[in-house]
Design a protein around this ligand. Structure first.
Ligand code: FE2
Length: 401
């Protein structure tokens, strides 16, 4: 699979026009629609942070620090003068994860947690102007939530606004240029890392996947096209993503710079309950399914994460028997991949390595992916079958297949 980006002109990306890619040998497996982008009314610098609403932010922060190697860099709560909620801000590389819990028991956080369990509430996008972003989004059909406003403290000011996306998930627009504080006004810097394990080498968010209800995938793909000017990058049909028992469909939207990739999944008809249906049943609606975080040393990273207690999906031994023939030459030692359960896939542009955690909370909902790319901009299509069979074994243990 090959996706060519054309010349970059200022903020404007012009995508090449003759780069249609499809796997002719397997029709319907994956098609890439050439993104055409000659304007940018919705400039986005990247993902500013992801905020999860959780049942116990202190313990969730401990987990992500000690199991995933994040560092707590900022905090807001009773000690900083905030009376209703507590937030721990964790960072690793350019990844910023905010874990928020309620102190009130009867607010939006409590309601979100009672309904969904631990889950992503905000996917915050860094923008040059949160008012322009809001006006553009609402003008193109997004439901506005927070109207644009400035917040400030002695470190400067930040402009915020937000709009709704799938389920109860929101996109917060953050314009923080020139702001010198630890995170946002109201947060105090935290820097005691003396008891932390070392950084695990995670450096950026690669993509965030949303699961939506049956029949709603295209609606959300169109939302990202209309509201954010994103383009559909790739499409996986239910034939491509199916096992003996269950199926799903997926389309990926991107902002064209590659900094933002949002795959959207919906369940498809299968013999048994698909993993997307299980997610939607337990999350009680659409929501963020997984956050893929990138590393440049997946073998070292996953070794550390396993040592620190992160649980990953188990991949059967037989998977590795056909890897040399399917993938060809790679830099990593196959024995390491086999030992750690890391998956590998190749397309025309290169290869990628990936591994998926088990759900990180009580419900079979949100999980993480660790990914290392060597040229490939795909999503591990060649691994879908092995991966979904691994998920189904877990579903079966939960009585949900
Ligand atoms: Fe993924």
């Amino acid at each position: 699979m090959r996706i060519d980006c054309g010349p970059k002109a200022g903020n404007h990306y012009v995508m090449a026009t003759e780069q249609v890619i499809s796997r002719e040998e397997t029709p319907g497996t994956a098609t890439v629609t050439p993104p055409v982008r000659d304007d940018d009314h919705m400039p986005i610098h990247g993902i500013d942070h992801v905020e999860m609403y959780v049942g116990n932010a202190a313990q969730a922060a401990f987990y992500f620090v000690h199991a995933f190697g994040f560092t707590e860099t900022a905090y807001a709560g009773l000690e900083t003068g905030r009376r209703d909620r507590v937030s721990h801000v964790l960072e690793q590389g350019r990844i910023r994860l905010v874990l928020t819990g309620t102190l009130m028991g009867s607010d939006d956080i409590a309601a979100h947690h009672a309904h969904h369990g631990d889950g992503v509430h905000k996917i915050a996008l860094s923008v040059p102007d949160a008012e322009a972003a809001y006006n553009h989004a609402v003008g193109h059909g997004a439901r506005g939530i927070l109207t644009p406003h400035w917040v400030e403290d002695e470190h400067g000011r930040v402009q915020l606004s937000s709009v709704a996306t799938y389920g109860d998930t929101q996109h917060l627009f953050v314009a923080r240029e020139g702001y010198k504080g630890a995170f946002l006004p109201g947060y105090e810097r935290r820097a005691d890392t003396s008891k932390n394990p070392p950084d695990s080498g995670l450096f950026a968010i690669d993509h965030i996947v949303g699961n939506v209800e049956l029949g709603h995938m295209n609606e959300w793909v169109h939302y990202y096209e209309r509201v954010f000017g994103m383009t559909e990058m790739i499409h996986f049909s239910d034939e491509a993503i199916s096992t003996e028992y269950s199926a799903l469909m997926s389309k990926v939207v991107t902002d064209g710079t590659g900094r933002i990739k949002f795959p959207i999944n919906e369940p498809a008809e299968g013999k048994r309950k698909s993993q997307i249906e299980e997610y939607i049943e337990y999350y009680r609606g659409a929501g963020a399914q997984h956050i893929a975080v990138a590393t440049r040393d997946i073998v070292g990273c996953v070794s550390a994460l396993k040592e620190q207690g992160v649980q990953f999906l188990a991949i059967p031994e037989e998977y590795y028997d056909e890897v040399p023939e399917r993938i060809g030459e790679i830099e990593e030692d196959l024995a390491d991949l086999r030992r750690l359960g890391i998956l590998v896939d190749r397309d025309d542009e290169g290869y990628l390595l990936q591994i998926f955690t088990k759900p990180v909370g009580d419900r079979p909902t949100i999980f993480f992916e660790i990914i290392e790319r060597h040229g490939s901009r795909g999503f591990g299509e060649g691994n879908f079958k092995a991966l979904f069979e691994a998920i189904e074994r877990e579903q079966e243990q939960r009585g949900n297949l």
